[in-house]
Design a protein around this ligand. Structure first.
Ligand SMILES: [Zn+2]
Length: 356
């Protein structure tokens, strides 16, 4: 299974210049390769293949020595990217490939990372032709599984997207089991009685975001101050997204380490977000990501992940009795067996029961 981890990197001034230079040279190569394809097609009715364009790279470096400053694989990947764009176009998955200006060409890729040792120096990532760049890994990852490194410039910051192939582990014996119910008031309730709440800083960041957006709306269009205000909003958006990812990684790691079987309701998050009233809270809570992270971590550690078809878990008691309650009612009271408990907790218990 393929997963991508994204980390923030902090290049030095000198490294940043090299990064920008790499982006510029790759973009020029991309546009030149697109032009070559078009000219050849017009003149001979046939475009050069990706392989033939790649074979021209050594000659390009002789004629334009600045290209020696870019890693050879990065250049190959740049041509591959164009070929993929044509592939998508011919399969009607996307429009005709565009020439790119610097706003639209903001990343480059080392496609075969596993052949080099990128993580020897702690706190750094080694990017060939750039150097050892400071990297903040805000959660654990296994550097030996990284097969591809994408370097991206976004909103004034640099990131790396590390693609890993996770080998599925042999399934471990099931001793500890848990059911998990995701909800609006509590982020998640576990059948063992644990409740996980959305961290408070989400709300705080959100209030701040609303304030910045109000300020932005008052600025004149096209003014310098508007640009500055907009940059602030974008930066905060990025910060919130990172905080959320961090929270989700830590939470899911804890659960997957503790339990051997995890049962969740197979929610269609996309359908739920359509419902306007609830949409904000749901999108906020990041349930989709939460469930994705749980699933891949279960595969990675050989844990059993069970998706229970949705329906009725919030209206049923562990004894099997039907206990209807609308969203406003937080406490489950069963007239049959007398169980009185938090409604989310009971849902989690029912989920676990259905998985066993
Ligand atoms: Zn009952």
């Amino acid at each position: 299974m393929i997963i991508v981890h994204r980390f923030h990197i902090e290049p030095t001034k000198e490294q940043e210049q090299k990064l920008f230079l790499t982006l510029t040279l790759c973009r020029r190569l991309y546009n030149a390769a697109l032009e070559q394809r078009e000219i050849c097609y017009r003149q001979r009715g046939k475009s050069p293949t990706c392989t033939s364009q790649k074979n021209e790279l050594p000659m390009l470096k002789r004629e334009l020595p600045e290209y020696k400053q870019v890693n050879a694989q990065v250049l190959q990947d740049c041509l591959q990217r164009l070929d993929n764009a044509f592939g998508r176009f011919f399969n009607s998955l996307a429009g005709y490939p565009h020439y790119k200006d610097h706003h639209h060409y903001r990343s480059f890729t080392y496609p075969q990372a596993d052949k080099q040792d990128h993580f020897k120096k702690s706190g750094c990532i080694y990017l060939p032709k750039i150097g050892h760049v400071k990297m903040k890994a805000h959660f654990e990852f296994d550097p030996t599984t990284v097969s591809r490194i994408n370097v991206k410039y976004q909103n004034g910051k640099w990131y790396v997207n590390l693609t890993s192939e996770i080998q599925e582990a042999d399934t471990v014996e099931i001793v500890n089991k848990v059911g998990i119910d995701v909800g609006l008031l509590t982020f998640a309730a576990l059948s063992d009685g644990t409740k996980i709440d959305n961290p408070k800083y989400f709300r705080e960041s959100e209030k701040k975001l609303a304030r910045l957006q109000r300020r932005l709306s008052r600025k004149k269009k096209g003014s310098n101050n508007r640009g500055k205000a907009k940059a602030k909003v974008t930066r905060l958006h990025d910060k919130i997204a990172n905080q959320r990812k961090d929270f989700l990684h830590k939470t899911t790691c804890g659960i997957v380490k503790k339990y051997d079987l995890i049962a969740v309701e197979n929610l269609s998050v996309k359908n739920m977000v359509k419902n306007r009233r609830l949409s904000k809270s749901i999108a906020d809570a990041g349930w989709g990501k939460f469930l994705d992270y749980l699933e891949y971590k279960c595969l990675k550690y050989g844990k059993t992940f069970v998706k229970i078809p949705p329906g009725g878990t919030s209206q049923t008691c562990v004894c099997g009795a039907h206990v209807p309650k609308d969203l406003g009612i937080r406490v489950h009271k069963c007239p049959e067996c007398g169980l009185i408990a938090d409604r989310d907790l009971v849902s989690a218990m029912v989920l676990l029961q259905r998985a066993s």
